[in-house]
Design a protein around this ligand. Structure first.
Ligand code: GCU
Length: 611
């Protein structure tokens, strides 16, 4: 019943939006806004917590059109006029930042919260202006000066709106209605093992560009090549046919191309460049210039392929020594978003001996991907098609496809990014297979240079005193790399059972053990059979590692998980306290005993270059 009401309200809002504002929508994503002329809107924003959506619906749940609508930011014009909201005398929250960890009263809050930021902007006449959001969870309705800009759905990818003709030199007000209610039809759906952090969780920026500007580009090595660079440049604006120059000064490279009537130039050229790798995360300054615009990007060049059961980085077999991460800040509560957050988390991962991270279960912030480029850490990125979602629902598929496209578009120039994952632990059925095959096809079509995977499940066969676990999943044939989650010794079987387990696969493909592990409360000690103790987790890792070493087609591991993280599913008092405790590090940065077990294994792998 509750969900039906929510569904109805969501439908009402879609109608409201369309009736009131027509088809205002997000603009094509502008690449590399950090390198553009930009102005940050970060800092304290006024907010109104609105569990009953009184800012958008009247008491009959009809869409508001008058000054009572919060996006109007209306002020009483006389002492008698009735106006029941006032942003400027309301509370303030920091942007970027989730709302949950900024007010104790909002920790468990899910619903609508309105944001308002005022700004002046004396814009030059020759330019265009966009407002860019790094992300807002989950649905964001954006308004400028009392008019709609558009709606974005999906909590983990960026979106832009053009405001060139809407902005005024002074007294602008940007209002955002953010709603993070969970529903079956959404992506993710109702149930996750992570906190549903709501709000404008990543930076908001005004980006000023020329009338015709370089909207996006791909400059990457062609699939399987270490010399041929292939890509494109896309212009946006009135003057679409222009000469484009791509320069890599350090390599003494410069070449001209021409855009077509649609403003697109396909580029292809050979260059002799030092290849990006974890050992040598070489980034080149790449200058892309048109007749009216110029943008400088930092790009690493590397090739990544799957060949049989091997993963080849720059043509050489590689073992992915990884760890899972959620997008939670190190050493403070809430969502991570900054360069410092990324640096600290990746430094912890490197201390473990990692050359790879799985950014679970949704696209993490751009700062993390750029930091991985700089620090030489390869990345698995994933869309939140998690556990069970509405496989038959075309809107749900469209939503998932859109999140995948936005994820690929933002990071397609990041050398660190090697694998796209389309799903985590999803039940095998025909509708699911069709759904995931569509996403796999989309990923391959949009970016043929990277590998596609998913965290699959497996089947167990008991044979005498041995146990055989087989990777069996109908979509495995469509993937480049297989991922598999297992919790032997925690959710299933005993820790020691790992000693008599053999893994098989009927697919001639590389396997990444994308999750394994167990919980431990830091400082809680006991013998190795005592659940929740550090010794139990330590012992579990020792048996797991011995088992993993015996898997002939294993080419990577990402244990669950680097850091303890908040989860609404973890209620055990004194142990979990709404945290999943499978981290090797606590939320305060304390290292558990198992941290050193994994570190020792990764050092072994690195020195032996087992693979
Ligand atoms: C799952 C899931 C994770 C979850 C973990 C756990 O497999 O993919 O999101 O947190 O197991 O149970 O700890």
């Amino acid at each position: 019943m509750i969900e039906l009401r929510r569904h109805l309200r969501r439908f009402l809002f879609a109608v409201l939006f369309f009736v009131q504002f027509g088809a205002a929508q997000v603009a094509p994503l502008i690449a590399n806004i950090g390198a553009r002329h930009n102005t940050s809107l970060d800092g304290p924003w006024h907010v109104i917590v609105d569990p009953y959506d009184v800012g958008a619906l009247d008491y009959r749940a009809k869409p508001l059109k008058n000054n009572n609508a919060f996006f109007k930011n209306y002020k009483p014009q006389s002492k008698s006029e009735l106006v029941e909201y006032d942003f400027d005398h309301s509370d303030q929250l920091n942007v970027p930042g989730d709302w949950n960890t900024q007010r104790e009263s909002l920790l468990f809050y899910e619903g609508t919260l309105w944001y308002k930021q005022s700004f002046d902007y004396p814009q030059s006449a020759q330019s265009r202006l966009f407002v860019h959001f790094g992300a807002a969870n989950y649905q964001a309705d954006v308004y400028l000066n009392g008019e709609p800009l558009g709606r974005h759905e999906g909590g983990f990818t960026p979106f832009d709106f053009e405001i060139t003709d809407r902005v005024r030199p002074q007294g602008n007000f940007l209002v955002v209605r953010v709603n993070d209610s969970r529903e079956r039809s959404l992506v993710p759906a109702l149930t996750t093992d992570w906190w549903n952090y709501g709000g404008i969780t990543r930076p908001v920026t005004l980006v000023e560009v020329p009338q015709t500007f370089i909207q996006d580009y791909v400059v990457q090595l062609d699939k399987g090549s270490t010399r041929n660079i292939k890509g494109w440049v896309q212009l946006s604006g009135p003057k679409l046919q222009q000469r484009i120059t791509i320069r890599i000064p350090e390599a003494g490279f410069s070449q001209e191309f021409q855009t077509d009537a649609k403003g697109r130039a396909d580029v292809s050229f050979n260059a002799h460049l030092a290849l990006w790798s974890p050992e040598n995360p070489k980034l080149y300054k790449v200058e892309i210039a048109s007749e009216t615009d110029q943008v400088t990007e930092s790009i690493g060049f590397r090739s990544i392929e799957a060949k049989g059961t091997d993963i080849l980085l720059n043509g050489e077999p590689v073992f992915l020594r990884g760890i899972n991460l959620h997008e939670e800040a190190p050493l403070r509560p809430g969502r991570a978003w900054s360069d410092d957050d990324a640096k600290t988390l990746l430094t912890w991962a490197k201390e473990l001996g990692c050359n790879f991270v799985r950014l679970a279960h949704y696209p993490h912030n751009e700062a993390m991907l750029r930091m991985a480029d700089q620090m030489g850490v390869m990345v698995w990125a994933e869309v939140p098609v998690y556990w069970n979602i509405q496989w038959e629902n075309p809107q749900t598929l469209h939503n998932a496809e859109n999140q995948l496209q936005e994820m690929i578009t933002r990071d397609h120039n990041r050398a660190a990014l090697i694998i796209y994952s389309v799903a985590n632990e999803t039940p095998v059925n025909d509708a699911r297979n069709r759904f995931l095959r569509q996403l796999i096809q989309d990923a391959h079509a949009t970016d043929p240079t990277r590998l596609v995977s998913a965290a699959l499940q497996n089947r167990e066969y008991v044979q005498g005193d041995r146990i055989r676990i087989s990777i069996e999943d109908p979509i495995a044939n469509d993937l480049d790399v297989l991922g598999n989650n297992e919790y032997i010794g925690w959710y299933t079987r005993t820790v020691a059972d790992a000693d008599r387990i053999d893994w098989t696969s009927k697919y001639n493909k590389p396997l990444i053990m994308s999750e394994f592990g167990g919980d431990a409360r830091f400082g809680y000690h006991g013998d190795s059979l005592t659940r929740w103790s550090e010794e139990y987790q330590e012992n579990l890792y020792q048996h797991q590692i011995a088992m993993l070493k015996r898997i002939p087609f294993l080419r990577g591991t990402t244990p669950w998980i680097l850091k303890d993280f908040r989860s609404p599913r973890r209620t055990l008092p004194g142990i979990e306290d709404y945290f999943n405790r499978k981290g090797l590090v606590t939320e305060h940065g304390e290292k558990k005993k198992a941290f050193f077990v994994l570190q020792k294994f990764y050092r072994e792998v690195q020195s032996a270059r087992l693979r």
